[in-house]
Design a protein around this ligand. Structure first.
Ligand code: SF4
Length: 227
C-alpha cells in the first residue's frame, strides 16, 4: 500500500519500490562509486569505519582509504593499538584525515573496552561512539545489520525534495518524512540507492535530467529554494 506523500510527488505516478528499482539499476549501470565502496565492506566494523571516513569525502577516495586501512587493521583491537600518525598515513586523502584518525582511534578503544570489540546494533549505542552522528549510525544499522532505518545525507535530502517526495528544509525533517512515507521493507535500501543515483545522474549542481529515466515523471523541484 502506498503511504500518503506530498501533492506533486513522483509517488503519485509510480510506487516507491519501482522508483528504487529504476534508480538502483541506473546507478549500477553507470558504476556509481558507492557500489565500489560497498563491495569492500564485509563486517559491521568495516561499515562503521567506512561511514566515519566517508563524511565530506568522495566515495572513490574513501574506498582507497578503507582498502589501505583494512590491509593492516582487521579488528577494533588492531586499530586501538595503532599510533595516530600511522592511522593518518593509512587514511591520508580523506577529508579531515587528522581529525578522523583521532576519532577512529578513540572509537576503536571504546569498542574494545565497552562493547567487547563488537559494533553495537542499537542507534543509542552507536551515537555514543566518536565520529558517529545520526546519519552514520543509520547508515551502519541499515548497511551492516539490515535494520529498517534511513540514513539521510545530502543526496537523500536533495533527491527526495527534487522528486517531490518530501518538502523539507533539514536532514532531520527529511528523515522523519521518509520514515512516514517509505514502506518498512524498503527503508534499508534508500541510502545507498539515492547516494548512487546522486553520484551519477541526479547530481548536486547539474542533474542530468536529459539522461534520467525518471525525467517524464519527476516534478524537478528546485530543492534549493526549500533549504
Ligand atoms: S529528472 Fe532531473 S531532477 Fe528529476 S530525478 Fe532525474 S536528474 Fe534528478
Amino acid at each position: 500500500m502506498q503511504r500518503m506523500s506530498q501533492s506533486g510527488s513522483i509517488l503519485e505516478k509510480i510506487s516507491f519500490e519501482e522508483l528504487l528499482d529504476i534508480m538502483e539499476r541506473e546507478a549500477k549501470k553507470r558504476n556509481a562509486p558507492v557500489y565500489t565502496l560497498k563491495s569492500k565492506l564485509k563486517t559491521p566494523f568495516h561499515y562503521l569505519v567506512s561511514a566515519v571516513l566517508s563524511s565530506r569525502t568522495k566515495d572513490e577516495t574513501t574506498a582507497k582509504a578503507v582498502e589501505k586501512l583494512f590491509s593492516v587493521v582487521k579488528e577494533p583491537e588492531d586499530l586501538a593499538k595503532l599510533p595516530i600518525d600511522e592511522i593518518e598515513k593509512l587514511i591520508y586523502g580523506v577529508g579531515f584525515y587528522r581529525v578522523k584518525a583521532k576519532k577512529l582511534k578513540k572509537l576503536a578503544e571504546k569498542l574494545v573496552k565497552e562493547y567487547n570489540s563488537k559494533v553495537p546494533d542499537k542507534f543509542e549505542d552507536l551515537i555514543k561512539l566518536d565520529g558517529v552522528g545520526r546519519k552514520t549510525a543509520n547508515v551502519v544499522l541499515a548497511g551492516a545489520f539490515g535494520k529498517k532505518v534511513i540514513g539521510v545525507d545530502t543526496h537523500v535530502h536533495r533527491i527526495s525534495n527534487r522528486l517531490g517526495i518530501v518538502k523539507t528544509r533539514t536532514y532531520e525533517e527529511t528523515e522523519r518524512e521518509l520514515n512516514r512515507i517509505v514502506p518498512e521493507k524498503l527503508k534499508n535500501r534508500v541510502n545507498s540507492v539515492f547516494v548512487g543515483y546522486g553520484q551519477v545522474v541526479c547530481k548536486p549542481n547539474k542533474p542530468l535530467c536529459n539522461e534520467c529515466k525518471l525525467s517524464k515523471l519527476c516534478p524537478k523541484l528546485d530543492y534549493k529554494s526549500m533549504t
